[in-house]
Write a protein that binds this ligand. Structure first.
Ligand SMILES: *[C@@H]1O[C@H](CO)[C@@H](O)[C@H](O)[C@H]1NC(C)=O
Ligand SMILES: *[C@@H]1O[C@H](CO)[C@@H](O)[C@H](O)[C@H]1NC(C)=O
Ligand SMILES: *[C@@H]1O[C@H](CO)[C@@H](O)[C@H](O)[C@H]1NC(C)=O
Ligand SMILES: *[C@@H]1O[C@H](CO)[C@@H](O)[C@H](O)[C@H]1NC(C)=O
Length: 406
């Protein structure tokens, strides 16, 4: 069966336009933050980015530059205003999502070396608690690798507070399919985010980057594969190369909350004829990666997610062409002799041909389907509960119809 290639190109440009089925989306950034043109005066109290009250989510380096997909910050603050400053390595126009508590995600684009007010009297939810009660603030960089936090500012007589992390940790190791490439809000529309945020009581690191292979070779312009890069703080972006050259810092796994569940969705780029990683290299690298993960986090359950591949016309219908099916099954079989920590999640049949968008990645609905099935499987398999029972998880997909007669 002939399957059209899946292009998983790394995009390094930022576009201010959010498209919806090829048309500019109406009101793409509900919640545009307000640029503080003259900076922060003494009506503000500013905390350095290394303040212990600020929790960093996902991979950030020592300079507080974010990497990979949907990295974020979280803390609580008092008072009714909040501003964030962004440092020089922020990519201009980077889209960030933010919210108070479990209110709907708001979206804003920000520029380097500027301070933006995210919360003020106009902010949804700001009046729902007393000014003196700490409110949770969370921000996520919706793209991969564009954020750089330089400071957090609140009212002069207000304070910030640390929020305890959720008890469980999920690690997703992936490529463009897990980082939401070409989905409406990128990382925040990805199955990986929807899965973890949907569980509601887990922390998540989405170590995914568009175009990356498992095998350590150049794929779609990414100089290294995950066999190398996953152990590093930074991703494979041109920005990382600019800042770190060829020797990015090692990620300090020991310093992090250990992962309880690791999900791997890698190989779609290896399998592409533009990259041509052999089945043997793929299999061997996969065995090595799983072995290393088990060494880093001996208690973690490791899930090998099958690659859904693409869909092609077949007679009068369409047919799915999953990738590296045998190889992934073989990796799974290999580890069965060593205990019960490696699992296989078969994605076959979750997506249909129209769940793939013109650029070969899942549509927003495709991501929702993958996330929803995987959540249910994790619940049945490991007994994890779905604890997000109200707050917004998925933004930008409120499709409704209030016409009762056609
Ligand atoms: C931010 O988005 C607006 C549209 O809401 C756009 O006009 C503006 O150019 C964008 N700014 C940057 C820096 O990308
Ligand atoms: C919050 O209360 C202030 C003062 O009453 C009001 O001006 C503001 O519009 C309110 N904000 C929201 C989002 O309701
Ligand atoms: C903080 O100062 C503002 C005026 O800048 C005032 O309205 C507010 O009541 C003060 N809040 C507290 C908790 O003292
Ligand atoms: C990968 O292999 C295919 C089939 O043998 C070939 O057509 C293609 O040119 C190869 N691509 C690269 C980048 O070598």
């Amino acid at each position: 069966m002939r399957i059209l290639p899946i292009l998983s190109l790394a995009l390094s440009c930022v576009s201010a336009t959010i498209l919806e089925n090829g048309q500019p989306r109406l009101d793409p950034y509900p919640g545009q933050a307000r640029l503080l043109k003259s900076g922060l005066d003494d009506a503000w109290k500013t905390f350095e980015p290394d303040a212990e009250e600020i929790s960093y989510k996902g991979r950030w380096d020592e300079q507080h530059i974010s990497w990979w997909s949907a990295p974020g910050v979280k803390f609580a603050f008092t008072g009714q205003k909040l501003a964030l400053s962004f440092g020089e390595h922020t990519v201009n126009g980077v889209l960030v999502a933010y919210r108070l508590g479990g209110q709907d995600w708001q979206f804003a684009n920000v520029t380097a070396n500027d301070a933006y007010q995210f919360v003020g009297p106009w902010t949804t939810g700001v009046n729902l608690t007393e000014a003196t009660a700490p409110k949770t603030f969370e921000l996520r960089v919706t793209n991969w690798a564009y954020g750089y936090l330089a400071g957090v500012s609140v009212a002069h007589n207000a304070s910030i507070h640390k929020i305890d992390p959720f008890p469980k940790m999920v690690e997703v190791i992936g490529d463009s399919l897990s980082s939401g490439d070409f989905a409406t809000y990128e990382g925040l529309s990805s199955w990986a985010y929807l899965f973890a945020a949907g569980l509601g009581n887990v922390e998540y690191h989405l170590t995914a980057y568009p175009g990356v292979c498992l095998h350590d070779q150049n794929c779609w312009g990414n100089p290294r594969g995950q066999s190398y890069q996953w152990y590093r703080t930074s991703d494979t972006s041109p920005r990382a190369a600019e800042i770190y050259g060829e020797d990015p810092p090692k990620w300090d796994f020991e310093a992090q909350q250990p992962a309880d569940l690791v999900v791997i969705n890698l190989g779609t780029n290896d399998n592409n004829i533009a990259n041509n990683v052999s089945a043997a290299d793929y299999y061997n690298d996969y065995i090595e990666l799983v072995g290393n993960i088990h060494e880093i986090w001996p208690e973690a359950q490791i899930v090998l997610m099958s690659l859904w591949g693409g869909f092609s016309a077949s007679g009068i219908t369409y047919a799915q062409g999953p990738l590296f099916v045998e190889e992934i099954r073989d990796v799974y079989e290999y580890f069965q002799a060593q205990g019960d920590f490696v699992h296989y999640f078969d994605t076959t049949g979750i997506l249909q041909h129209n769940d793939i968008a013109p650029q070969w990645h899942p549509t927003d609905v495709g991501h929702v389907k993958a996330a929803a099935h995987f959540m249910q499987w994790v619940k049945i398999k490991f007994g994890w509960e779905m604890e997000a029972t109200g707050p917004m998880v998925h933004s930008g997909t409120l499709y409704w119809n209030d016409q009762d007669i056609y």
